[in-house]
Write a protein that binds this ligand. Structure first.
Ligand SMILES: NC(=O)c1ccc[n+]([C@@H]2O[C@H](COP(=O)([O-])OP(=O)(O)OC[C@H]3O[C@@H](n4cnc5c(N)ncnc54)[C@H](O)[C@@H]3O)[C@@H](O)[C@H]2O)c1
Length: 316
């Protein structure tokens, strides 16, 4: 299969590209190497992908509509895996308009390009944040009702709507996968686990906002398995949660990290605007339609992530 990955120089994209190349698929990557976090880190991701196989890399900003559409036509992939976005809840409160650009307009450009190029399936990376503050748990796909609590989440929800629009306009299958808090080697430096590991190694205090809540932390290997299954097995449009189905409290996370860094220092601050208190994925639909099953439990996942942090301290 010929797979075009947008955002392939990022955390999830690089893991997915490696997996696809190892499975003998043809891969092409579009990424603008956005400086949301270290561009050097993104170049390192691209280097790691190269070790798994050759692929063309296009440094293109998906906001350039004409270039994006003609690039997609030129590559002419069977499927597009659209991961490119500006991530991060906290930053989205500061810069909401950038999220309308990077997470909504860029997605519309990709969908238009996919439609014009006759792409069979577009897989869109959405987020557990679209559920907002939910009383009922675990979150089932139909529970998202357009009440997100951050500009990031609102942009993802809006982008999901555009996925429905373009799927219908062009008769292509659009698969919306809602990822739940992804962690693992090369995890994004602005996210809790990678940030805590860096601080622990530097003997700085980590910051916990409010009670810290609970998160359905999902190991990146499980996320990319779910993505691969969605490309292999789905012959229809769908919205699916891809998570671990097992929420972890902040105290459980801290206890796990203290096994490696017993002197971990903690400072507490008020609850941060935009953060949901708890997330918990109901993964029964992904189980049923894809045969998806998370394989890496939290203990193993943290062990692998700590081993990576010890080895690649310069990149933290
Ligand atoms: N990491 C998570 O926990 C998580 C959870 C839910 C959803 N997601 C979604 O999954 C996707 C990948 O997340 P990630 O954690 O790998 O983020 P990431 O920031 O590591 O990767 C995103 C990549 O997209 C690129 N990009 C951004 N805007 C672009 C543009 N206009 N043109 C071309 N490239 C552009 C960036 O340079 C970056 O390499 C994102 O859509 C994110 O919102 C991530």
């Amino acid at each position: 299969m010929k797979i075009l990955i947008t955002g392939g120089a990022g955390f999830i994209g690089s893991h997915f590209a490696v997996k696809m190349l190892k499975e003998q698929h043809e891969v092409a990557i579009i990424d603008n190497l956005h400086p949301y976090y270290s561009v050097e880190r993104k170049k390192q991701h691209l280097h790691i992908i190269k070790e798994a196989g050759e692929y063309p890399f296009y440094r293109n900003d998906l906001l350039n509509r004409d270039e994006t559409i003609s690039l997609i036509k030129k590559v002419s992939p069977d499927v597009i895996v659209h991961l490119a976005a500006l991530p991060g809840v906290a930053y989205s409160i500061l810069r909401p308009l950038e999220y309308i650009d990077y997470d909504v307009k860029a997605t519309v450009n990709v969908l238009e390009g996919a439609g014009q190029a006759g792409v069979k399936q577009v897989l869109f990376a959405s987020s557990s944040s679209v559920y907002g503050m939910m009383k009922n748990k675990p979150f089932k796909e139909e529970m998202a009702c357009g009440k997100p609590i951050s500009p990031y989440a609102a942009s993802k929800y809006a982008a999901e709507s555009f996925c429905h629009v373009y799927g219908r306009l062009y008769g292509m299958d659009v698969t919306i996968l809602r990822f739940f808090t992804v962690y693992g080697p090369w995890g994004r430096p602005d996210m809790a686990i990678a940030n805590f590991l860096k601080k622990a190694k530097n003997k700085e205090a980590i910051t916990i906002f409010g009670e810290g809540g609970t998160r359905d932390y999902t190991y990146v290997g499980d996320i990319v398995n779910g993505m691969a299954l969605a490309l292999q097995k789905l012959q229809q449009s769908a919205i699916l949660n891809i998570g671990s189905g097992r929420p972890i409290s902040m105290n459980q996370l801290l206890d796990e990290l203290k096994l490696y860094y017993p002197d971990l220092k903690i400072q507490r601050e008020n609850h941060r605007a935009g953060d949901v208190d708890n997330t918990w994925a109901d993964i029964s639909l992904a189980r049923e339609l894809l045969g998806y099953e998370p394989e890496t439990d939290f203990k193993q996942g943290i062990a692998k992530t700590v081993a990576w942090a010890e080895r690649y301290a310069d990149f933290l």
